[in-house]
Write a protein that binds this ligand. Structure first.
Ligand SMILES: NC(=O)c1ccc[n+]([C@@H]2O[C@H](COP(=O)([O-])OP(=O)(O)OC[C@H]3O[C@@H](n4cnc5c(N)ncnc54)[C@H](O)[C@@H]3O)[C@@H](O)[C@H]2O)c1
Ligand SMILES: [Zn+2]
Ligand SMILES: [Zn+2]
Length: 364
C-alpha cells in the first residue's frame, strides 16, 4: 500500500515527506494507522549517525494509532484497537525471558538496524532501499508496520494522538523514577535536563511524593514549567552553582539524581550532588565511546550509578499505568506537547533543536 512518510537521506540531512510503498505484513506484525508520532532526541542522534542506522531511513519511535490490519499469528491485538508503539525486544534472550525487555541482548538489532530481524525491509525495494523498522515501527508516516511485541493496547477514552511519547521519552523519564530508583515518599531528587525525559521524571517524582524536587536546565521557560509541574527548587547553571545550591538545600546532597542531558560534565554534577548513599540514574544517550571522569572516592563511600534504558519498563504494563496516572491528574504529560502536521516535520525538528518546544508530536 502507499503511505506518506518522512525520509532522511543523508547524515544530518532534512526530513522530507515522500510517498512510499509499504510491503506486506509478516505473521507477527500489525499495520497501524498513525494518529500521532512524538519526536525524541534519539531520532535526531540516529539522523546524525551518532547511532549508525543505515540511510535513507524513516525514523519515528513514539507512534500511536489504530490497528488497521493484523498478521495471521497475532493474538494480543485486533483491528480497531488503539495502540502505542514502544521499543523492540527479541522476546527470547535471557533478559527478555526474565521480564526485562529493556535489557534485551538484541536491543540494537531490534531497534537500530533499519530492517526486520530477518534482514528484510518493510518498504518495497522499488523505493531505493528505504530503511525503516526503527524501534520496530518507523512511525513518522501515515501507516507503520510494528510487531505484536512492541504494540501496546490502550484505553480508548484518552485522546490517541497525544499518547505516542509514552512509547519512549515519557516512559523513559517516568520509569527511571518509578521503576529504577523507586524513591520512598519524602525522598529528595534532582533532575538534570528538563526536556521531555527530565520533565517526565519530575512529574513521576511528584506523583510518588518526593519532598525536595530540584530541576536544573539552561532554559528559564523550562524551569518555570518545571516549577508548575512540581519542582520545589529550580537552578539555571549559567547563573548559580548547582552542587552548592543542592547542598545548601539538603545539607549533604540529594538521595537521587537523574541525568537527562548526555553531557559528561552534567553527569559528573549529578553524581557529585548525591549524598553518600544516593543513586544517580544515567538516562542521557551519549555517543559510543564518550567518557566521563568521576572522583573514585565519591563512589567508594557508597554512591551508586545505574544506567536506564526505556525506564526499565515492560511497556504493556507501564504505559497503561502512566495513562491511569494521567487520567487522575497526577501525570499531566500533555503540557509538554505541541502538534505539527506530518508535512511540517522539519520545522518541528528545528523548533525542538532551538529549545522552542519540548515534545513535538506529528499528526499525519
Ligand atoms: N536511556 C534511554 O532509554 C533514553 C530514551 C529516550 C531518550 N534518551 C536520551 O535522553 C536525553 C534527553 O532526551 P530529551 O528528549 O529530553 O532531550 P532534550 O534535548 O529535549 O532535553 C535535554 C535538556 O537538557 C538541557 N541541558 C542542556 N545542557 C544542560 C546543562 N549543562 N545543565 C542542565 N541542563 C542542560 C537542555 O536545555 C534540554 O532542556 C537525550 O540524550 C536522549 O537521547 C535516552
Ligand atoms: Zn531479548
Ligand atoms: Zn526515544
Amino acid at each position: 500500500m502507499k503511505t506518506r512518510a518522512a525520509v532522511v537521506k543523508k547524515s544530518e540531512g532534512e526530513f522530507c515527506v515522500e510517498e512510499l510503498e509499504l510491503g506486506p505484513l509478516q505473521k507477527d506484525e500489525v499495520l497501524v494507522k498513525i494518529s500521532g508520532a512524538g519526536i525524541c532526541h534519539t531520532d535526531l542522534i540516529a539522523r546524525d549517525q551518532v547511532y549508525p542506522v543505515p540511510l535513507p531511513c524513516v525514523f519515528g519511535h513514539e507512534g500511536s494509532g489504530v490497528v488497521e490490519r493484523v498478521g495471521d499469528n497475532v493474538s494480543k491485538l485486533s483491528v480497531g484497537d488503539h495502540v502505542v508503539l514502544s521499543f523492540g525486544a527479541c522476546g527470547e534472550c535471557r533478559n527478555c525471558l526474565q521480564g526485562v525487555p529493556s535489557r534485551c541482548l538484541k536491543i540494537f538489532e531490534c531497534n537500530f538496524t533499519g530492517c526486520r530481524h530477518d534482514g528484510s525491509l518493510t518498504y518495497s525495494s522499488t523505493d531505493n532501499n528505504i530503511h525503516a523498522s526503527f524501534f520496530t515501527q518507523s512511525s513518522f508516516a501515515e501507516y507503520a508496520i510494528a510487531n505484536e511485541q512492541n504494540t501496546v493496547k490502550v484505553d480508548k477514552a484518552v485522546p490517541l494522538e497525544m499518547l505516542g511519547p509514552l512509547g519512549c521519552g515519557i516512559q523513559t523519564g517516568a520509569g527511571a523514577v518509578l521503576n529504577t530508583l523507586q524513591p520512598a515518599a519524602g525522598s529528595s531528587i534532582a533532575i538534570f535536563g528538563c526536556g521531555s525525559v527530565g520533565m517526565a521524571a519530575l512529574m513521576a517524582a511528584k506523583a510518588i511524593a518526593c519532598s525536595h524536587i530540584v530541576a536544573i536546565d539552561l532554559i528559564d521557560e523550562r524551569l518555570q514549567l518545571a516549577q508548575q509541574l512540581g519542582a520545589t527548587l529550580t537552578i539555571n547553571p549559567t547563573e548559580e552553582n548547582v552542587i552548592e545550591k543542592i547542598h545548601q538545600l539538603t545539607g549533604d546532597g540529594v538521595d537521587y539524581t537523574v541525568e537527562c542531558t548526555a553531557l559528561p560534565a552534567v553527569f559528573r554534577q549529578a553524581v557529585d550532588s548525591l549524598n553518600n548513599t544516593g543513586t544517580c540514574a544515567l538516562v542521557g544517550a551519549a555517543a559510543p565511546g564518550e567518557e566521563v571522569t568521576l572522583d573514585m572516592n565519591s563512589i567508594m563511600f557508597g554512591r551508586t550509578v545505574t544506567g536506564v534504558i526505556e525506564g526499565d519498563a515492560v511497556p504493556d504494563i507501564f504505559i497503561p499505568q502512566l495513562i491511569n496516572l494521567y487520567q487522575q491528574g497526577q501525570f499531566p504529560f500533555d503540557k509538554l506537547i505541541e502538534f505539527y502536521p506530518l508535512d511540517d516535520v522539519q520545522r518541528a525538528v528545528e523548533d525542538m533543536e532551538a529549545g522552542k518546544v519540548i515534545k513535538p508530536v506529528l499528526r499525519p
